[in-house]
Design a protein around this ligand. Structure first.
Ligand SMILES: [Zn+2]
Length: 66
């Protein structure tokens, strides 16, 4: 969602082992996707499977429980 600077960004990353994790320190190597640290944005991303599409992998439901 577009709401500029109101929220920090969270990075999700696909690790070398293929697992998708939250990377709060933004240090994990791998293909990453940034999303606003906003429950509405995270819920939308989950519902529309945007993270799975961006990372070209399946994403476990618990990944979104952050
Ligand atoms: Zn947003």
């Amino acid at each position: 969602m577009q709401h500029a600077d109101r929220f920090e960004l969270i990075r999700f990353v696909k690790t070398k082992s293929g697992e998708v994790v939250v990377d709060r320190e933004q240090k994990i190597e791998g293909r990453g996707v940034y999303v606003h640290d906003d429950p509405a944005c995270i819920a939308k991303m989950k519902k529309k499977k945007l993270l799975a599409a961006a990372l070209k992998t399946s994403v476990k439901a618990e990944v979104y429980d952050i």
